[in-house]
Design a protein around this ligand. Structure first.
Ligand code: GLC
Length: 741
């Protein structure tokens, strides 16, 4: 028996050996042996995550004290993870205190929100979804992992895989939109991108599927609001992206702030145990959201922090993000016999396993030279530009106004987002630097060169009028040949805690747009947005409209590439754009009701003051060329529940430019034992076509993809007719029918 003091270093040698892919059972045994060495305080420390960043704007003395406190906890072995700590120097300093000075020398786990890029900031996730290209976004997440890990982050709190059907919700910006099938493709791709194929390598980060679950279904689109959702919708829509993330090997899950039908997600045994760990087979670590354990008191579910901590750890939350409840409340409950220490040990084990998979016992430190080498390289910028270009959606292009010639005469660039670097980065871009952003103004100049005839006028602020702004803008417009409007939302009008009750373009900008359009000059409207927006007036009056989202560090170059035709836009909407806010929530895969809307018949499901159709449907997007669909087929016309259907359609480029078309496959189950959506996306395929070229595009659909959940939330694939639709978006397509036997 080796003495206690000596046992620990030998154990760590063993743990380090684990990183070199030793047999899993040996790895497990060593973790168990380490747990056996731990005091209860050290165990609860491992379950605790708190802020580890050092604010730049506190005085040096306060900063020194803050650092001393962080180091003290690490040395005492009473902290398992910090969030907010980045940079090789700072994280290595904290790590040395844990690994070289604490009793058990267990490495710290550094977590951060690297959502759409670290220093190379990519477009917001909603924009990335508009590429409908999971493989491309996997590459973007790979770059984020290379940069993030090099800066000391082992664990990113991403991908955010909530599904949102209500664009008033500020966090729609972080989602892949309104559709769970598209969302599941991106969830899996992002997990693969962040984690790579070896978490112990210096360019991988542990991913975190969040927020478990149904956070995007907050009533009224108000952040943190109540979620009351049917079991069918919970299973079919909100859990499906998590199934995809778990199947892709996501290493952690974050519990959501919201309640689900009366039980807070942070203490929901059915969701966390039965569903996540049981049915889905997830065996990674679960972390609460920031302070969500103690928030169960406000939920009216816990009387105090002690009860909340007990509920959360029993339900399966392993790590307490920033509420401090585990470390302060659970020791007493263990000693009082209220909480079995085995529950604590199981949580500790999952956290140590994550650290081991990341290779932290073997290589706990970051190479500062690597950090300097990998940030914002030319390759990373080029990828960011390509993602941004592919995310841009062309909504309208009357008389082929776009693309502009490169010498289009004098251009008036007007609007508060014309040169708005910070707003291009979008929400959750904590590590991007505005000074490294290419704004629309810069992008136009890069394309047109130093002699460009380009005038700029802000016209208004984003949410306020600008004295004389409209007059100045109108004057410039009158002196110019064409106007490019840069309007929409600032980066802080979406994201966490930024829900909007009205999703119009802010009124001061609307007045600017109307005044500029009244000059009669041709206008291209470039929308910068973190959500779908209500654009009825612009759609009726502006000849050309592009959705540019918040396009990241290369936004301006990407938009210029599209405006001047160096890139033919291929983005498609990942979420429905309503006519007015009053239509919200609105989504394409709605059910038919017993009285589907019928014009002229008021006693059908519609409004008396507005059409029920959206302004632009899910999947919509134009190109500088045009496409025709013909000869749709399905084979076989009959298949069993374990079979598959092969859909095909001939797509022809009927325009004069090469272009990419995104062929979308939807289905409808017209008669079933549960009412089914009028359309549901079931596949998509990109095809590139030269002018005049035709190709037959084939999309395989496993019959299992056509199943649904019954009243008891049991999954089934029911015999009967299936209608398939092959087309350019959710509101148009050639129909072919088949049968599930
Ligand atoms: C926030 C967010 C979550 C984020 C966490 C850490 O409140 O809900 O998405 O990862 O706290 O910043």
């Amino acid at each position: 028996m080796v003495h206690g003091r000596l046992a620990v270093p030998l154990l760590l040698l063993g743990l380090a050996a684990m990183s070199r892919a030793e047999a899993p059972q040996a790895a497990a045994a060593r973790i168990d042996a380490l747990i056996a060495q731990m005091t209860l305080e050290e165990k609860l420390g491992q379950l605790t995550q708190q802020w580890g960043g050092l604010s730049q704007d506190i005085n040096p003395g306060a900063r020194q004290q803050a650092l001393a406190d962080l180091l003290g906890m690490a040395r005492a072995g009473v902290i398992g993870s910090y969030l907010g700590a980045t940079g090789a120097e700072h994280t290595n300093t904290l790590q040395r205190a844990a690994v070289e000075e604490s009793r058990l020398k267990i490495p710290l786990l550094f977590g951060n929100d690297i959502i759409h890029g670290y220093r190379t900031v990519f477009p917001i996730p909603l924009a990335e979804a508009a590429t409908w290209n999971p493989t491309l976004i996997e590459q973007a997440c790979r770059v984020a992992a290379v940069e993030g890990r090099a800066a000391g982050t082992h664990w990113t709190f991403a991908p955010m895989i909530d599904v949102c059907r209500d664009p008033r919700w500020g966090r729609v910006a972080e989602t892949a939109g309104e559709d769970h099938f598209l969302g599941a493709q991106f969830a899996a791709a992002r997990v693969r991108g962040f984690q790579g194929d070896n978490l112990a390598s210096p360019n991988a980060m542990l991913a975190c599927g969040k927020h478990f679950v149904a956070y995007g279904a907050a009533e009224g689109g108000r952040d943190y609001n109540t979620v009351d959702v049917s079991p069918q919708t919970l299973h079919e829509v909100h859990l499906s992206t998590f199934r995809a993330a778990v199947d892709a090997g996501v290493g952690s899950i974050m519990s959501a702030f919201n309640e689900i039908n009366g039980i807070p997600a942070t203490a929901h045994p059915h969701m966390l145990q039965t569903m996540l760990r049981g049915q889905m087979g997830f065996n990674g670590l679960v972390v609460s959201d920031w302070g969500s354990i103690n928030e169960m008191i406000a939920h009216g579910y816990a009387a105090d922090s002690g009860q909340a901590a007990l509920q959360a750890i029993r339900a399966g939350v392993d790590m307490d993000m920033c509420s401090g409840a585990y470390r302060s409340q659970l020791a007493e409950r263990v000693t009082r016999g209220e909480l079995d220490v085995k529950v604590v040990d199981a949580a500790v084990r999952r956290i140590l396993e994550a650290k081991q998979r990341l290779g932290l016992f073997d290589n706990p430190y970051i190479d500062p030279a690597l950090e300097k080498r990998v940030m914002l390289t030319a390759e990373h910028r080029a990828l960011a530009r390509d993602v941004a270009r592919r995310s841009i959606v062309l909504l309208k292009n009357e008389n082929g106004l776009l693309p502009l010639k490169k010498q289009p005469g004098k251009i008036a660039l007007i609007g508060p987002l014309a040169d708005a670097a910070k707003d291009m980065l979008g929400t959750w871009s904590l590590y991007g630097k505005p000074e490294e952003v290419v704004t629309l103004l810069a992008g136009l100049r890069n394309t047109l060169g130093p002699n460009a005839k380009l005038g700029v006028s802000k016209g208004s602020e984003v949410q306020a009028a600008l004295a004389g702004g409209i007059d100045d803008a109108v004057k410039l417009a009158r002196e110019s040949d064409i106007v490019i409007l840069a309007v929409g939302e600032s980066e802080d009008m979406s994201g966490e805690g930024h829900s909007r009750a009205n999703i119009d373009i802010p009124q001061p900008q609307q007045e600017l747009i109307e005044a500029v359009c009244a000059t009669g000059k041709p206008v291209v409207l470039v929308l910068f947005n973190g959500r779908p927006m209500a654009l009825q007036w612009a759609a009726d009056h502006v000849p050309a409209m592009l959705v540019a989202w918040q396009g990241g560090v290369e936004a301006g170059n990407a938009i210029a590439d599209v405006i001047f035709g160096d890139f033919n836009p291929s983005g498609r909407l990942p979420a429905t754009f309503p006519r007015v806010t009053g239509q919200v929530p609105i989504h394409y895969n709605h059910r038919n009701t017993g009285r589907p809307a019928r014009e002229g018949d008021r006693y059908t499901s519609k409004y008396i003051d507005l059409p029920t159709t959206p302004l632009y449907p899910f999947g919509f997007g134009l190109s500088y060329t045009s496409f025709r669909y013909a000869e749709a087929t399905v084979s076989p016309t009959e298949a069993t529940a374990d079979g598959k259907f092969s859909l095909s359609v001939v797509v022809t480029n009927t325009g004069t430019r090469a272009g990419e078309e995104l062929v979308q496959a939807y289905y409808r189950d017209p008669v079933a034992s549960m009412t089914r959506p009028v359309r549901q996306l079931c596949g998509f395929e990109r095809v590139s076509l030269a002018p005049g070229e035709s190709k037959r595009v084939v999309i395989e659909i496993p019959a299992q993809r056509l199943g649904f959940y019954d009243w008891d939330a049991k999954f089934l694939v029911e015999p009967g007719v299936i209608q398939f639709f092959l087309g350019p978006h959710s509101a148009e397509g050639l129909q072919v029918d088949a049968q599930i036997k």
